[in-house]
Write a protein that binds this ligand. Structure first.
Ligand code: SAH
Length: 409
């Protein structure tokens, strides 16, 4: 059966030739016989082939491109693409001295040229997120390939994301292969972490922050508190305590985890106990405080509190360009108060995971916050998501997580 054709308006084909994976409705001239959630061939106004992708008239992004070659998108294509993504992670894991069954992101959607598909792996347990109608229609096939080709024992779906509404889809969670995943899955990253695949955030864990947690650990190791007393960490938007758990390994650091979600803090408490930090006599401790991050920062400023380390890892404030101004105000408020709390010579790790806020803009917002705080700060390092979350160079929107490690005076 012939694949329906999408004709692009004259003059609108350049981003497609430059291999950007999204085609917005405004660039489409005609869409003869295109069916939502099915393949289309994209041609220019002279009927020359541009790309093959999939269509959804309900979404603002009407076409997501799967290939810029005249490829058949069949089972062999899926096996090839999944193998390629898999191989790149295996190479990276081996290079980093990690076991090849370690947790990692196997497919990072558009950035791995499989738009709409996110795939994370925790040992032989795989978690699939179908962000679009086309991927939703192919998820069983993908799960079966994972089972047959990559020894996946369980493939569990966590498609409980808002994005699906724009595709005309409901949220869905459930097993695709092998029944429900084990209740308690423990990830060993030096420190141990509970991963709750069924109920946790995202696919159970914020895999993207793993390398930054390790950096914080290394920093704490290399810079003992000047005063001789145990160093302190304010871990705002802590989720399951990831940054604190990493930082407390091999250290007597005291941590305060703050999150608005009770369930997240319960997981953080479980992680603290899992590492037997509670059994150590070094004075090491963790507080778990359920509060709004903005309010808690203001409260700390009012109390005149000071910390050696402050981590700010808020949720996404801007998913869309329209929300950028409001998000910028939010980031500025958080960073301003956070600067006020860092001890002289202490460190701050500040993040934005808003796709619509560029690295450049984020740095400007943090700069404005710094100026208002009257402090000084140096960029020690630019931070991003771990290397198993690569960003396609043709797709700047893929760089959602950006951060700064700052030394504050
Ligand atoms: N730093 C974490 C990930 C943070 S994700 C890690 O390393 O795993 C963002 C977190 O912010 C979520 O756990 C969410 O529950 C929390 N959150 C969202 N809005 C909040 C608010 N207004 N105040 C405090 N926490 C909030």
């Amino acid at each position: 059966m012939a694949v329906p054709k999408i004709t692009i308006k004259k003059g609108r084909e350049k981003p497609i030739r430059n291999r950007h994976p999204w085609i917005f409705s405004g660039a489409v001239s005609t869409a003869t016989n295109a069916v939502d959630g099915r393949l289309v061939t994209v041609v220019d106004h002279k009927d020359r082939f541009l790309a093959r992708g999939y269509w959804n008239s309900k979404s603002q992004i009407q076409v997501r491109i799967l290939s810029w070659e005249d490829d058949a998108i069949d089972d062999a294509w899926w096996r090839r693409m999944l193998s390629r993504a898999w191989q790149s992670r295996a190479q990276y894991q081996a290079g980093a001295g990690l076991p090849d069954n370690h947790a990692c992101r196997i497919v990072n959607a558009e950035n791995d040229y499989m738009p709409g598909l996110v795939l994370d792996r925790y040992g032989d347990c795989f978690v699939l997120q179908a962000q679009t109608l086309f991927i939703d229609r192919h998820k069983d096939k993908i799960a079966n390939i994972l089972h047959a080709q990559f020894d996946a024992k369980h493939v569990f779906e966590r498609s409980d994301i808002d994005l699906r509404r724009q595709e005309g889809l409901d949220q869905t969670v459930g097993s695709l292969v092998g029944g429900p995943p084990p209740d308690s899955l423990i990830l060993n990253e030096g420190a141990l972490y509970h991963v709750d695949i069924v109920r946790g955030h995202k696919t159970g864990f914020y895999l993207d922050q793993r390398r930054n947690r390790q950096k914080l650990h290394d920093l704490v190791q290399s810079s003992p508190s000047a005063s001789g007393s145990p160093p302190s960490l304010l871990n705002l938007f802590s989720y399951s305590g990831g940054f604190a758990i990493a930082a407390q390994r091999d250290s007597n650091l005291r941590a305060v985890n703050v999150d608005s979600s009770r369930a997240a803090l319960e997981l953080a408490e479980k992680n603290f106990a899992l590492n037997e930090y509670d059994k150590r006599s070094s004075g090491l401790s963790a507080e778990h405080i359920q509060a709004d991050g903005f309010d808690y920062l203001r409260y700390c400023v009012g109390e005149g509190a000071r910390f050696d380390y402050v981590v700010l890892d808020p949720p996404k404030f801007a998913g869309h360009k329209r929300q950028v101004a409001r998000a910028a105000r939010g980031y500025k408020d958080l960073n301003l108060n956070a600067f006020r709390l860092v001890k002289e010579g202490g460190y701050m790790m500040t993040f934005s995971c808003s796709g619509a806020i560029s690295r450049d803009l984020f740095q400007k917002i943090v700069f404005a916050a710094l100026t208002d705080s009257g402090r000084q700060a140096q960029i020690v390092e630019q931070l991003s998501a771990a290397p198993d979350h690569p960003v396609a160079l043709t797709f700047p929107e893929g760089e959602y997580l950006k951060g700064l490690l700052l030394r504050v005076y």
